[in-house]
Design a binder for this molecule. Structure first.
Ligand SMILES: [Zn+2]
Length: 650
């Protein structure tokens, strides 16, 4: 029976278009998965989106959308991107799906029943954007969030707690007995010292907002997003459903499970998740691989800095394989990597154009020129034999090193192993001067042997590239006439394939890039500073409603009397609006499109009977109607000058 391998990305938080950071994690997982496939494992690969929480609720409202509409759109962007990058995920889980929601509710009830979760009261400093409480010692500058720097708020609420403290010794013991549980080791050490500093019970429910999974036995509480999100790794396998086949195959009865996570979310995965599993009596048979980030020269990628680059932009200009190769090659194991246009172009030119692409085209053209396209393994005793022997040894060593690195998730190192073999193969040409051998009929066998060695080495290199290059290997195998049974690890040994017949005219694998010109092109893309504008899509008309439904809306003319920016939400404006009956406080998500003073005095249309709600601490007693254009810009819908505050609109 095949060994099993289950790999997951974190489920992504759908706050906008994905830049190369999220694409990095996903491509990395996809490469590891493709490698395990070559190794003969039965593999499963999961990704998805984390769709609950206060931030989602607020950004949906700020875009005048319902949270569901908002996450539907975001999830579709993610799915489209993974398709374009030829990601091979078997499943895509969304935390708003029923298969997930039902099980998370059951998990919570189970933990309540076992007293691992209990009801209590919490007072603390809360960061809205991180959706986390922090203890006074964790705060920065008195009241600021240590993770994102926002000003925290003191909140007091009834909340459920998960007993982390009860399990901290067991967790430390587990980590001690499973030294490979968290890699790299530096990251493991951070986790261990965090646990040793003392785990407080974790607040695992919220009552301040409603966009989340409700506690079944007490629905005014919404389950904390991390409890919800982490559970995806097993709900997607059918845990707790009518069909647990995948769960039994890949989790309880599986051989290897790996969660690949960014270092920023390691703590949740290394502490909360194993403790949840212990409390649920589920085996902790996963491992964690924490990777670094892609940084830009001026720090983290952000739209406001204008240093964002999107995967689609690079793929469109330079092809899928160049992008997929670069993205997993450049960040060194355990570190962060810096994206620069020069490095991108340089890496593609050096490794793919000059070394690999050139080796393939030179070799094919020599085999055609000297042997009419067909060569066979030949014995000879010429002194050049040592170079061939050396190449065979390097190929053998390369495969062993490559496997060792891939098994430890040291992907860039494994790719460097291949590059070294490419260079050694190119060197065989420099060592043996084929054009001189060709002049002497007596050395024909020697020349044929050299040609054979080049092609056999290219075959091996191409097999090793299969986890990272998605489209190129099939082309190279076709150029060389490599049958399917010589395209995997089974026959990777040098000399397995005895003869070759190559094509006459191979197409170009990788076009050479002009370093200076292309660096400027990438910088132009980055300095747009805004996400790619989506093709304007006509938004589908909603299902029919009864006239009665419409009459439930009370829309009135309102006059904006005051307007200011929201204290701690960049996208929001807070207005005082006269709607005839009274002066209302109304929050609108239009700060990107209006200066507050532009709005004062305007007659607008206001839905006045919406249930009041708090948006980032500001009461909102109604909604100003806005129209959205194809560029996703919002404009308030004004009312005619003939109308006055309080006039009814229908
Ligand atoms: Zn924060």
């Amino acid at each position: 029976m095949k060994k099993t391998f289950y790999i997951t990305t974190p489920i992504y938080y759908p706050s906008g278009k994905f830049h190369i950071g999220s694409a990095y994690t996903t491509c990395l997982c996809d490469s590891i998965r493709r490698y395990k496939d070559l190794e003969g494992y039965e593999t499963r690969f999961l990704t998805g989106t984390d769709e609950h929480g206060q931030k989602i609720e607020e950004s949906a409202l700020a875009n005048n959308k319902s949270p569901k509409e908002h996450v539907d759109y975001m999830a579709s962007l993610a799915k489209d991107l993974w398709k374009e990058l030829k990601i091979t995920n078997d499943d895509f889980i969304r935390t708003t799906e029923k298969r997930h929601v039902d099980v998370v509710q059951e998990v919570f009830e189970k933990l309540l029943a076992s007293d691992d979760i209990y009801l209590g009261e919490y007072t603390g400093n809360y960061c809205v954007s991180c959706e986390s409480y922090f203890t006074p010692t964790q705060l920065v500058d008195g009241d600021k969030c240590p993770d994102c720097g926002s000003v925290t708020k003191v909140l007091k609420e009834e909340t459920y707690f998960l007993r982390l403290s009860k399990y901290s010794d067991r967790l430390l013991d587990f980590i001690d007995k499973n030294p490979e549980f968290i890699v790299p080791e530096s990251k493991k050490n951070e986790v261990v010292s965090f646990i040793k500093s003392g785990l407080l019970d974790l607040s695992v429910s919220r009552t301040a907002f409603s966009w989340g999974i409700k506690v079944k036995s007490n629905p005014k509480h919404v389950i904390y997003v991390w409890i919800d999100a982490l559970t995806n790794y097993i709900t997607a396998l059918g845990y707790g459903s009518d069909n647990e086949d995948l769960y039994q195959k890949f989790w309880t009865g599986g051989d290897e499970v790996i969660h690949v996570v960014g270092k920023d979310i390691l703590r949740f995965h290394a502490i909360y998740w194993p403790i949840m599993l212990m409390a649920l009596d589920i085996p902790i048979n996963f491992r964690l691989f924490a990777h670094g980030w892609y940084l830009m020269k001026d720090g983290k990628m952000s739209k406001s800095k204008g240093n964002v680059i999107y995967p689609e932009q690079l793929v469109e200009r330079y092809g899928l394989d160049a992008f997929r190769y670069y993205i997993v090659r450049e960040i060194q194991y355990g570190n962060d990597g810096v994206f620069t246009p020069e490095d991108y172009i340089g890496r593609v030119n050096t490794d793919l154009v000059n070394d690999y692409g050139n080796l393939v085209s030179r070799s094919i053209s020599m085999v055609n020129k000297y042997f009419g396209g067909t060569v066979t393994l030949k014995e000879h005793n010429h002194e050049y034999k040592v170079f061939e022997e050396d190449l065979r040894n390097v190929a053998k060593e390369t495969f062993l090193e490559y496997k060792k690195n891939m098994d430890e998730f040291k992907v860039p190192n494994a790719i460097q192993n291949i590059s070294a073999l490419v260079r050694r193969t190119n060197k065989l040409i420099d060592d043996t001067f084929p054009w001189n051998l060709a002049k002497d009929e007596a050395l024909k066998d020697v020349l044929e042997s050299v040609m054979y060695h080049l092609l056999e080495s290219i075959r091996i290199i191409t097999v090793l590239y299969r986890p990272f290059l998605i489209e190129t290997p099939a082309k190279v195998f076709e150029f060389l006439g490599v049958e399917e049974n010589f395209q995997g690890f089974k026959n990777i040994e040098f000399g397995s394939k005895k003869s070759y017949s190559v094509v006459k005219k191979p197409s170009h694998l990788f076009p050479r890039l002009d370093l200076e010109k292309e660096s400027v092109e990438i910088k132009k893309l980055m300095n747009v500073g805004k996400p790619i504008v989506e093709e304007p899509k006509f938004e589908a008309i909603l299902p029919e409603i009864e006239f009665e439904d419409f009459t439930k809306l009370d829309i009135r003319v309102g006059k904006i009397i005051e307007c200011k920016k929201h204290n701690d939400a960049k996208k929001l404006l807070v207005s005082k609006i006269d709607t005839g009956d009274k002066i209302r406080n109304i929050v609108s998500g239009i700060a990107e499109f209006y200066e507050p003073e532009d709005l004062i005095g305007k007659l607008v249309q206001v839905v006045v009977n919406l249930k009041p709600m708090k948006l980032r601490g500001e009461l909102s007693e109604g909604m100003v109607l806005c129209g959205e254009n194809s560029k996703k810009e919002l404009f308030v819908v004004e009312a005619s000058d003939e109308l006055s505050p309080g006039d009814k609109i229908s």
